[in-house]
Design a binder for this molecule. Structure first.
Ligand code: GAP
Length: 491
């Protein structure tokens, strides 16, 4: 691909860029690939791990009311009978009679909806359950039919009583999980947007029925674009409104929903996403999942238009009730007054890792006219490589210092040592993959025991003593200090 000389990039060009730089490859491409499956390269695995680590920090480590689990991908098939996925997790496969475009629609859309590409009539190819089926046990006759999990959520419900007891959690509390999910999508498309294997970062937040949210003060005065059922029915556009006002005006009905939506805006903001491209949309009654009482999505303005980035479903007591009935195990909790209740999942924030990666990559992608190269302006927290270390020339006196710095920094971060090519070329290489800081060891370093740090986004440079380098970098990566105040500005 010729580098796109614009800041807006299409999903197809982003996929090409990601392959070229080693973020994401089509899976098994040497054999022609397999639709809906992707492999993460050296930079992609770092980016994705950083994203998951930051999500976990924000939602688990920094809260006292959340703990995590890591459930199994294949579990008892009874879990999926109880959850309703065997019976109700159904899509309708359609093919456009005019242009041949394959898609999936919901049952209620049969005969109503037309081809999203050309407006042609859809031919219904049948109903299907997108769960992948596998066999457990190698001996025919002894094996049982099982499923690859289509969502991580059910492992949280199935383990709910153990986790609550082991971690001594009191309502309200949540359980978090990050892990793979699988759906045999009719038409995987748009790079990481709709895939057949993906990762989810999910929270099930349990409350006593009708328990009020005590954290509303944290919502602040943030304004967001909002599109509720009424606005959609009357074809109005979205409105910009403070989340807290949307709650007061009962546009968002549940305090917990308003709270969790605001937390995710806070997190995306901290990770450097452009919140002007976000809006929240309420599901219409006909599109709600079988378990949901009310669902809001955060949508992002992708190059192909506004699409679901993540969902916030109110699952009520649906799942615990189902598992209680199917497993015959009591899922109730005793309150302090001895009363027994079945907790409600008032909110399930559920975010796909792939869709979040798309958002961060799309927002970060910039073509710099002056530099004549791409600058990937990822938050340093997410950047795959935190710093690149360059001896200014290939001479032992510079290389010894550079190697020592590299050996020290790599104990804490993913860093690279790069001595090939001109300094300009080395900067450009690192700009393109989002390395936020480049360290150069030059002539002055030999005398003064200091180095320069160059900032990716502004190209400004500061000088910092080698003895202070690690602390300075830590503060920069964690956004605890402004670049220009972190050292002596090079004029
Ligand atoms: N437990 C609730 C649940 O799974 P969902 O709306 O079906 O709800 C939640 O999925 C999130 O998972 C989506 O908002 C999206 O970010 C991600 N996701 C779902 N299907 C996906 C797919 N086929 N490819 C990539 N991400 C997907």
């Amino acid at each position: 691909m010729k580098e796109k000389k614009e800041n807006a990039i299409s999903i197809e060009d982003l996929a090409i860029f990601c392959k070229k730089k080693g973020f994401v490859y089509p899976s098994g491409e040497i054999y022609g690939g397999l639709a809906g499956f992707w492999d993460f390269g050296p930079l992609g695995v770092e980016l994705s791990n950083n994203l998951k680590k930051e999500w976990w920090k924000f939602n688990v480590y920094q809260r006292e009311d959340l703990v995590g689990i890591d459930g199994s991908i294949i579990t008892s098939p009874k879990v999926w009978e109880a959850s309703g996925h065997v019976e109700n997790f159904v899509d309708v496969a359609v093919v456009c009679k005019k242009c041949g475009y394959k898609s999936k629609i919901d049952k209620h859309e049969i005969g109503i909806t037309s081809c999203e590409k050309c407006g042609g009539e859809y031919e219904v190819k049948g109903e299907f359950n997108p769960m992948f089926i596998t066999e457990v046990g190698p001996i025919k006759g002894d094996s049982i039919k099982a499923y690859l999990r289509p969502e991580t959520a059910q492992l949280i419900f199935a383990n709910f009583k153990y986790v609550q007891d082991n971690a001594r959690m009191k309502l309200p509390f949540g359980i978090a999980q990050i892990g793979k999910a699988f759906r045999n999508e009719v038409s995987p498309r748009e790079f990481l947007f709709r895939t057949r294997e993906f990762e989810q970062m999910e929270i099930e937040y349990f409350i006593e029925p009708k328990q009020k949210c005590p954290y509303l003060k944290e919502i602040g005065t943030k304004e967001i674009f909002i599109l509720d059922k009424k606005m959609q029915d009357s074809n109005e556009g979205s409105k910009k409104i403070k989340i807290i006002d949307a709650l007061k005006k009962k546009i968002i009905k549940k305090d917990w929903h308003a709270y969790w939506i605001s937390k995710y805006f806070e997190w995306f903001d901290l990770m450097g996403a452009d919140l002007n491209k976000f809006r929240i949309r309420q599901h219409l009654s006909k599109e709600k999942s079988h378990y949901s009482e009310d669902t809001w999505d955060i949508e992002y303005n992708f190059p192909m238009g506004y699409r679901e980035l993540m969902g916030f479903a109110d699952r009520g007591d649906f799942d615990l009730k189902q598992h209680q009935e199917y497993s015959k195990k009591n899922m109730e909790l005793s309150l302090d007054d001895g009363k027994k209740i079945l907790p409600h999942v008032v909110c399930e924030p559920s975010l796909g890792v792939g869709r979040a990666l798309l958002v961060f990559l799309l927002d970060a992608y910039h073509y710099d006219e002056k530099r004549k190269n791409v600058v990937l302006k990822l938050s340093p927290k997410l950047s795959p490589i935190k710093t690149a270390i360059f001896p200014i020339v290939k001479k032992p006196e510079f290389e010894i210092i550079a190697q020592k710095i590299f050996d020290d920094l790599k104990k804490e971060w993913n860093v690279v040592y790069d001595k090939s090519g001109s300094i300009g070329r080395r900067y450009a290489r690192n700009d393109e993959i989002g390395t936020p800081y480049c360290i150069t060891i030059d002539g002055d370093s030999l005398e003064n025991k200091d180095i320069t740090i160059r900032d990716r986004d502004t190209t400004k440079q500061i000088r910092v003593k080698v003895s202070e380098l690690k602390n300075v970098l830590r503060e920069l990566i964690n956004s605890e200090i402004e670049f220009e105040k972190a050292g002596e500005l090079v004029k």
